[in-house]
Design a protein around this ligand. Structure first.
Ligand SMILES: [Fe+2]
Length: 347
């Protein structure tokens, strides 16, 4: 279904619809799911877009939390420019002190904000990135890891998780590889007043590596699973990489005032003051419903899809890793460094 702004997007009744700031927009939008997401039709991000258009897209982002642009033919400079249009920590980006330092070997030299992710192929000067063939499946098999897909927000275990993340698909695997997205704003809003009061008071203890013990990993089906890295015996015991600190479980969106649940399944250890068993029971009650199929948007990737999303308001997971484990795939990721502290529910 295509429709034009100002449009009454179907969304959660307790959140305000996007009205184009009182203006009639020419954007064509297609809602993707009741809770989140909109396809922006007819916008070519190549070569950059106007500040006015970006501002309009940001307004849509703040209420729909995920923007899909199909059939894009982008270069890293286009991804870089579009993402930097969102509020961010320019000093961190300019200094290369980037959230995506995990991918440091595969960042585009001229646009280090853009990380190249690939498997099952080798790169020959892909925007300046060259690599021998890398096969994630073979690497995991060698390490004894049975790869599982886990619900998370990107880098939610960090004290300043990215607010905005993008994924640009250049070569999708022939089989599988869909991504699931679920709104934790919707999850919060569907809680009862007493549940909301409880979660508003909770603090998450994120811990590494001890969080790999136990079964606090939620896979794509919503099933508790043993952490694959832990199961392989490859717990990262490097002391310098250990951390433990608390974060608010409920955070307030600075742009809309909405509340959402902040969560990274791998690093969640417990709620402060609660045992792990009690913490798990709370997660099951308040978070698992959020990833039920009726509340989930499943994105079937096409080459040329560019998706940007509000990382602090959506959990996501890849799916069916065994289907594409040995297939060639290639995409770009941007984790845009934020200067926006996590606002607790009381803010
Ligand atoms: Fe992710």
């Amino acid at each position: 279904m295509l429709c034009s702004c100002a449009l009454g997007l179907s969304t959660r009744p307790s959140t305000s619809d996007y009205k184009g700031a009182g203006q009639q927009s020419q954007l064509s939008l297609r809602p993707l799911h009741g809770d989140l997401g909109v396809e922006v039709i007819g916008v070519d991000l190549k070569g950059g877009i106007s500040l006015e258009l970006h501002a309009e897209l940001q307004k849509i982002m703040h209420t729909r939390d995920l923007l899909l642009f199909r059939d894009q033919d982008l270069e890293p400079k286009d991804e870089d420019a579009f993402m930097r249009g969102f509020p961010h920590n320019e000093q961190a980006v300019a200094s290369d002190n980037l959230s995506n330092h995990y991918f440091k070997d595969w960042r585009v030299p001229d646009h280090k904000l853009v990380a190249v992710q690939f498997s099952g192929l080798k790169l020959e000067n892909h925007f300046g990135v060259t690599s021998e063939e890398f096969n994630l499946s073979a690497k995991n098999k060698q390490a004894g890891i049975s790869f599982k897909t886990l619900w998370h927000m990107d880098l939610a275990q960090n004290q300043m998780p990215p607010e905005w993340v993008s994924l640009y698909m250049l070569q999708k695997p022939p089989n599988g590889g869909d991504t699931l997205f679920a709104s934790t704003v919707g999850a919060y809003e569907r809680l009862s007043p007493s549940q909301q009061k409880l979660v508003d008071s909770l603090e998450v203890v994120n811990r590494r590596p001890d969080s790999f013990e136990g079964t606090f990993q939620i896979d794509e089906t919503g099933t508790w699973t043993n952490d694959p890295v832990q199961a392989s015996g490859r717990v990262d015991s490097e002391p310098s990489r250990r951390f433990e600190y608390t974060q608010p479980f409920v955070i307030r969106d600075p742009y809309t005032g909405q509340k959402s649940l902040l969560y990274h399944t791998r690093f969640f250890h417990c709620f402060k003051g609660y045992t792990r068993a009690q913490s798990r029971a709370i997660i099951e009650e308040v978070l698992l419903p959020a990833i039920a199929p009726e509340h989930t948007y499943r994105h079937e990737w096409r080459n040329g899809d560019f998706i940007a999303w509000s990382n602090r308001k959506i959990v996501h997971t890849s799916t069916d890793p065994e289907k594409y484990a040995d297939e060639a795939r290639l995409f770009h990721l941007v984790f845009l460094d934020s200067k926006q502290p996590l606002l607790p529910a009381s803010a």
